[in-house]
Design a protein around this ligand. Structure first.
Ligand SMILES: [Zn+2]
Length: 217
């Protein structure tokens, strides 16, 4: 089972990838990690990549493909790979198909954790925590029972993270859309894209993903 997992920040992609690794023995493959590992291990493609990076140039698609191919030849990927941050273009998506089919494997699903942007903004913008014990609160969904007093420790100071604001959330969403726009149509045309409600709670998101992987959704 080989999948691409897509989702904007806040959709819980990292949590789900980790769970799939633990429960199904799949491995998450991010290009950055693979590149660093190949350079460190001095694999044939890693040596090429190092030369290019040392010259201050960008690593080409051919080198990235080489690195992914080398990684897919390692036994721990046989139970399944979760591609993260790759492919980014239709050309890379086609290369990935070739890399997998050369090894008698295929891409099974592209799972996208969908979020409602306005709801995500509302969720993030209203967050605050107790400055003393860290208990989480929300302007709309979970106010302290006594105004200005932490339910847990009775402290009176609260804090908000500066990046918990609408502008940051909307910028991240726009970046995410720009990154996935080139590849979603490619996989939609192949009927591989499955959407999961990334706004649901963690267990529910996990259940939806499992149903897809088990062929029940
Ligand atoms: Zn507290």
């Amino acid at each position: 089972m080989n999948i691409i997992l897509l989702g904007p920040p806040g959709a819980g992609k990292g949590t789900q990838a980790k769970r799939l690794e633990q429960e199904r023995g799949m491995v998450q493959l991010s290009t950055g990690d693979m590149l660093r590992a190949a350079v460190k291990a001095g694999t044939p493609t890693g040596i090429q990549a190092k030369a290019v990076m040392d010259a201050g140039e960008l690593v080409s698609d051919a080198i990235v493909s080489g690195i992914i191919g080398e990684r897919l030849d390692m036994e721990d990927t046989l139970k399944g790979a979760i591609f993260d941050g790759y492919p980014r273009t239709a050309a890379q998506a086609e290369s990935l198909d070739v890399l997998l089919s050369e090894r008698g494997r295929q891409l099974d699903f592209v799972i996208e954790l969908e979020v409602n942007e306005d709801a995500l903004v509302e969720r993030v913008e209203g967050r605050f925590t107790c400055a003393n014990c860290g208990e989480g609160y929300h302007d709309k969904f979970k106010l302290p029972k006594v105004e200005g007093t932490c339910d847990v420790c009775g402290h009176h100071e609260f804090k908000r993270r500066p990046d918990d604001n609408a502008e940051t959330v909307r910028t991240r969403m726009a970046e995410y859309r720009a990154k996935t726009a080139p590849i979603l149509p490619f996989y939609e045309a192949k009927g591989l894209v499955k959407k999961v409600d990334g706004m649901a709670d963690i267990a529910e998101v996990g259940a939806q993903i499992d149903a897809i992987l088990d062929g029940k959704a």
